[in-house]
Design a protein around this ligand. Structure first.
Ligand SMILES: [Zn+2]
Length: 250
């Protein structure tokens, strides 16, 4: 059986300069952007793709990103809106380990974490320019259980396919959800941030390998055309406002 219900869990918003959204192309000015995670109810378990940011961590390490997160936008509160407790989450799949994609995991001590093998290795010893991105060390806990994602495509569960899309980070994966009788849903994660940058094939200013990142943008665009996927953008406020938010579901 494939995924039954899919929710988008609001994690609040952050601010970065526009030059970081459309790297080396667009002029600068502050942009507030959304952060969210994807909850998947599946016959094999309750899965979470990314987990949002932790407000306290951002206030400590990146206060200039002006985090906004109400009590209602914390991961436990978002799960509760959908009728679940934190202990119901079977596994978290991390697209990558930047702080705004793994912060909620401090609430999920019982869930197994699936993440790119190189990602986990790399975030422990990042390049100097990547240190702030990997500011949240929540992934590095003695009680955390990890499973590796390796290879170009991983069939995680029936209808849940993960695609290796490096460049933004070394071990980045995107998510394709295929469900009976519906258009596939493609969550590109941080391959590119907005519909506009997707269309122009621009990458963000946060990357490990810009050329590999552009290749990953083209790879997911090709896939989206091939399977006629509905594409969900990770950090696009206008798009986010048009999506269904938990407790509404897809
Ligand atoms: Zn990122």
């Amino acid at each position: 059986m494939s995924a039954k219900r899919v929710w988008l869990l609001d994690s609040g918003s952050l601010v970065i300069d526009r030059t970081h959204i459309a790297w080396n192309i667009e002029p600068g000015s502050p942009v507030r952007f959304p952060v969210y995670s994807v909850l998947i109810e599946h016959s094999d378990g309750l899965f979470l793709f990314d987990s949002g940011f932790d407000k306290g961590t951002v206030e400590e390490f990146l206060p200039f990103e002006l985090p906004e997160q109400t009590d209602e936008q914390t991961l436990p509160a978002q799960l509760e809106k959908c009728g679940f407790a934190t202990s119901d989450v079977t596994a978290v799949i991390n697209s990558h380990l930047h702080f705004d994609h793994c912060g909620g995991q401090r609430n999920l001590a019982e869930a197994v974490t699936w993440v790119g093998k190189e990602e986990l290795r790399h975030c422990l010893v990042p390049e100097p320019f990547e240190r702030l991105g990997y500011a949240d060390k929540v992934f590095h806990r003695p009680d955390s259980a990890y499973r590796w994602l390796e290879g170009e495509e991983v069939d995680f569960a029936d209808g849940i396919r993960l695609l290796f899309t490096p460049g933004h980070t070394v071990g980045h994966y995107s998510l394709l959800l295929e469900r009976d009788g519906r258009r596939p849903m493609l969550f590109v994660a941080d391959v590119t941030y907005t519909r506009e940058t997707w269309e122009k094939e621009l990458i963000s200013g946060f990357h490990n390998d810009p050329t590999a990142n552009v290749a990953s943008v083209r790879k997911v665009k090709h896939l989206a055309r091939r399977v006629d996927a509905e594409v969900f953008f990770t950090h696009d406020m206008q798009e986010w406002e048009s999506y269904k938010h938990a407790p509404d579901h897809y």
